[in-house]
Design a protein around this ligand. Structure first.
Ligand SMILES: Cc1cc2nc3c(=O)[nH]c(=O)nc-3n(C[C@H](O)[C@H](O)[C@H](O)COP(=O)(O)O)c2cc1C
Length: 339
């Protein structure tokens, strides 16, 4: 199950009991990668996203992992620092990013949509603190009962912002050349591996994905270099978003990565989801060398997706798309299982 932000934590980022219900309903997924969770206060993106930087967060997540384990499932926790994707009205802090390049447009905050602010360029000291915060968050996640963590270097958040020369205009050791732009992601993964062990660490990348107004000119240089550096650290898996087996880059990444590769198929976005939930696309990725596949929206709408795919039963369609990010049970824990 791919990570999906659902905004059901408390305002302080503590996972609420309803999240234990939602994830336990989906425990038959081979592995649940839980939603993007902030490793520190300034990295918070949107209202009611979960956090993992104090004891209350660890205790809240433990309720979730206990419920999933009791239902026979395993979870990793995705660690996400938003970088420029964040707002002072949400986090109480001014967003930090590689460079003062704002996200265009508006962002949702607790008091509604607000214009994005120009983020402040991280100092090297703030970069070091951020790396340490990821490592501490990983330890917190393991304390909370997660089997491991997924470092989020995809979809236009902080680490992805460092990878692209559109959002990274730095002239120090973290900007300019490909070797410099991949440096922060490699440092974060190394620190997290040292904190909890390589077998407990995954990394998510999204080469060329334009989420959060991302643009990348040199994916054919950046990602092979990144994978070569990460491969040496030996994490449990690499997770590629919107993977397309017809694109040469997917085959390049597969060849460059000696470990487990999870591919998230490239399905119509924002929709509609195909009636098979992505099964045919997933099978094409497996044939092209992926070891595992992840699915997102099909799991959102089908707590027993695995049983449905096994038996060929029809899938629940996603309803009330506008409820996907809003609190409460509706559109969250009320999707029916077959029996
Ligand atoms: C409601 C929702 C929330 C999402 N939140 C996250 C997230 O927190 N972290 C992330 O890496 N991707 C996130 N994604 C992207 C999914 O992990 C996945 O890549 C995407 O939905 C495509 O897979 P699918 O076609 O099977 O849904 C989200 C997607 C949806 C629909």
């Amino acid at each position: 199950m791919a990570p999906m932000t659902r905004n059901r934590a408390s305002a302080a980022g503590v996972p609420e009991p309803i999240m234990a219900v939602y994830y336990a309903q989906r425990a038959s997924a081979g592995l649940i990668i839980a939603e993007a969770t902030t490793p520190n206060a300034v990295g918070a993106t949107y209202p009611n996203i979960p956090a993992i930087h104090d004891e209350s967060h660890v205790a809240g997540w433990r309720r979730v992992t206990d419920a999933v384990r009791a239902a026979g499932g395993q979870m990793f926790l995705q660690l996400q620092h938003g970088g420029r994707v964040g707002h002072p009205e949400t986090s109480g802090l001014h967003p930090l990013a590689p460079s003062p390049v704002p996200l265009p447009g508006t962002i949702v905050t607790p008091s509604g949509h607000r214009d994005n602010v120009v983020p402040r360029e991280m100092t090297e000291q703030e970069i070091r603190t951020t790396v340490a915060d990821f490592a501490a968050a990983a330890r917190g996640a393991v304390d909370a009962g997660f089997a491991g963590v997924e470092v989020h270097a995809a979809n236009g958040y902080l680490l992805h912002q460092f990878l692209s020369n559109h959002t990274n205009h730095r002239t120090d050791g973290y900007g300019g050349t490909v070797a410099n732009r991949i440096r922060l992601t490699v440092e974060v993964v190394r620190a997290v591996v040292e904190a909890v062990g390589a077998e407990r660490v995954g990394v998510r990348i999204a080469p060329g994905v334009t989420a959060n107004a991302m643009a990348e000119d040199d994916v054919d240089d950046v990602y092979p270099a990144l994978l070569s550096a990460l491969d040496d650290l030996g994490p449990a898996y690499l997770h590629v978003v919107f993977a397309d087996p017809d694109q040469p880059l997917f085959r390049t990444l597969r060849k460059a990565w000696s470990g487990t590769l999870i591919a998230n198929p490239s399905l119509p976005w924002p929709g509609p989801l195909p009636a098979d939930g992505g099964r045919a696309a997933a099978e094409r990725l497996l044939a092209a060398g992926a070891d595992l596949v992840s699915l997102g929206r099909a799991f959102l709408a089908n707590p027993d997706l695995v049983a449905r795919l096994r038996t060929g039963a029809p899938l629940n369609p996603i309803r009330d798309a506008h409820l996907m990010y809003v609190g409460g049970e509706t559109g969250y824990t009320d999707y029916p299982a077959l029996d």
